[in-house]
Structure formats: structure tokens, C-alpha cells
Design a protein around this ligand. Sequence first.
Ligand SMILES: Cc1cc2nc3c(=O)[nH]c(=O)nc-3n(C[C@H](O)[C@H](O)[C@H](O)COP(=O)(O)OP(=O)(O)OC[C@H]3O[C@@H](n4cnc5c(N)ncnc54)[C@H](O)[C@@H]3O)c2cc1C
Length: 324
Amino acid sequence: MENFSYSRPATLKEATAQLGKEHGKIAIMAGGTDIYGGEMKDNLLAPERLVHIKHLKELQGIRQGTGSLRIGASTLLSDIVESPVVQKQAPLLAMAAGKIGTLQIRNMGTLGGNLCQRPRCWYYRNNYPCYKHGGNACFSAIGENDQHAILLGGPSFIVHPSDSAPALVALGASARIVSGTGERTVPLDKFFVTPRENVRRENVLLPNEILAEIDVPNAPAGSKAIYVKEMVREVWDFALCSVAAMVTLKDGVVQDARIVLGGVAPVPYRAVKAEAALKGKTLDEASATAAGLAAVDGARPLSKNAYKIPLTQAVVKRALLSLA
Ligand SMILES: Cc1cc2nc3c(=O)[nH]c(=O)nc-3n(C[C@H](O)[C@H](O)[C@H](O)COP(=O)(O)OP(=O)(O)OC[C@H]3O[C@@H](n4cnc5c(N)ncnc54)[C@H](O)[C@@H]3O)c2cc1C
């Protein structure tokens, strides 16, 4: 690891004042489980300075807003899992956060860090000169691609690794982003960017911006939700495929549905065709099967990951039937 300087600002204002104009030179650290424990130790990133933000009061805690929960970006994942208010008002988020890594990771890792973590692609993590590192190739396109994208891939075929992200997109959450010159709010389904939009980054954050807070609308009255995740190993692993599903039923008929996939695309993937296939239908074997098929409509598998298509269909169907 290269030498670097470390700063521990006292306020959010002080933290944003320390950020620069270029990604990578001055880096933000929250829990450090990815940026420090992964990126820097594996020499993927060598910032001149690390700005620590985990302790900042302005970024911590779970507050009740009007019709929503406001969760500070530096809130621990384990606090989210255990929060009675999250379990009541946004159970989908509590479920998804509970599927992240291990208890140790959830005790160190923060919500902001989970949303902003870098891809787990083995070529990226082994420092191949790929698009993500400023090169001009995606080695997975013709290489070992069994865990890569089947939807929205190209030119890079990473999948987004976060478990909290599909749940938050399904819940219609938004991100409050702060810089030294002001703040902006971005709906979470616009926060993540595909490789076609920006092949180097996975979200819209500028180098001088900090993700401050996530606003999570209360789950609609009468809705039911579930997060299902398929992994190679149950003990801990990133999703091969996951689904955050939320439905509102009236007399067994679907009034509204939100279905967001993880582990299959470079961004949390909102399966709008699956949602449309469900609306107005009785939630049963036939409609859940149809939604599973619709969820992967347009999928373009690589040489070794076609198995993700039936896997995703089955996971969507299983998730929906559990809500019937
Ligand atoms: C063994 C292991 C297993 C894991 N399994 C899973 C899993 O199953 N599912 C899953 O979703 N994740 C998993 N992870 C990833 C883990 O959840 C993340 O590493 C963790 O959530 C990151 O949080 P952090 O606070 O440590 O972030 P950091 O490591 O401090 O930061 C991560 C990235 O986010 C940026 N960042 C952090 N906070 C902010 C902010 N407020 N504003 C702007 N940028 C910010 C940093 O600059 C950095 O690029 C696993 C990690 C490990 C090591």
C-alpha cells in the first residue's frame, strides 16, 4: 500500500471542504471495509488523502420524517437490520441489509458505503487494465464471466454488488447529496449509472460530493415485501441473483408491484415488464411464472452465465408466491 495522509474532519462542512476535483486522489472512507480493506490494500487505489466520515453526527442515525425514514449514510448496516422502526416501516430494507456479508461486515460497514462500494468483478479486483481502471477492455466479455451481467451489460459487464440497493430502489428511496457548494436530491433509481453512461463509475457522485442521507418512503399501506438472494455459498457471498419484491394486494389481486433485481446488471435493475405483468392479476402460480419470464425479457447472457436466466425467473417466481 502507498503512503497516504488521513484526516478526521469534525463536521460535514469540513469534510466536503477537503474533497477534490478528481476521483481517487482524495478518497472518502466510512467503515473502510471496501475502500481500505479491499481497494487500498489490494493496490487498486492509492489516494493521497483519506477523509474519514463515519463518525460525523450529521451522517448518522435513523429519523422519522413525514411519511418516510431518513437514514444517515454513515449508519451501520447492523443498526438498520435491528432497528424496530425500519422493520416496521421499511421491512424490505431490513431484510436486504440482513443478507449483507457477515455480522462483522454489518457491524463495520455503513449504508452509504454499501451503496457506493466498487464492483466485485475478479478482473477489476485483480487490477487488470479494464475499463474501470481506465483501460479499454472488459476482460469478462470473453473471459470468466459466469458471475457477470445478463442485463444492461456493455461495454463493462460488472454487476452491482449491493444488497441494500435493490431494496431501496423498490421502496422508491432517494439520496441527499452534499458538497461544499450546496446539496441535491437524486431518486435512487437515477443514482446508479450503467457503463454506457459512465464506464469508470457506478453512480452519479462527483468527486467533491458526499452521500449524506437516504430518504426511504414508508412502505405503502397493505403492501407485503420480501428480499430473496441466491449465492454460491450460503455462509456469505455476493448475489448471483437477488430480487427485492413488493406488492400491494386487494382481495388477492395485485394493485401495485415493485420488482428490482440485484446481481444480474451493472445497476439495480427495475423489472418493469414483470411489474406490468402482475398488475390487475391474481397473485398465483400463473402470474408469478409470467412475471419471472418477463423479468428477464431482453437478457443477453455471456458465454458462461446463461444459467442466470432460469435462476432469475425462478427466484422472482418464488419471491412472489411467498407474498401471495
Ligand atoms: C467479506 C465481505 C463480504 C461482503 N458481502 C456483501 C454482501 O453479501 N452484500 C453486499 O451488499 N455487500 C457485501 N460486502 C460489501 C460491504 O457491504 C461493503 O464493503 C460495506 O457496506 C461498505 O461500507 P463501508 O462503510 O465499510 O464503506 P467504505 O469501505 O468506507 O467505502 C466504500 C466506498 O464507498 C465510498 N463511500 C462511503 N461512504 C460514502 C458516502 N457517504 N458518500 C460518498 N461515498 C462514500 C467510499 O469512498 C468507497 O468508495 C462484503 C464485503 C466483504 C469484505
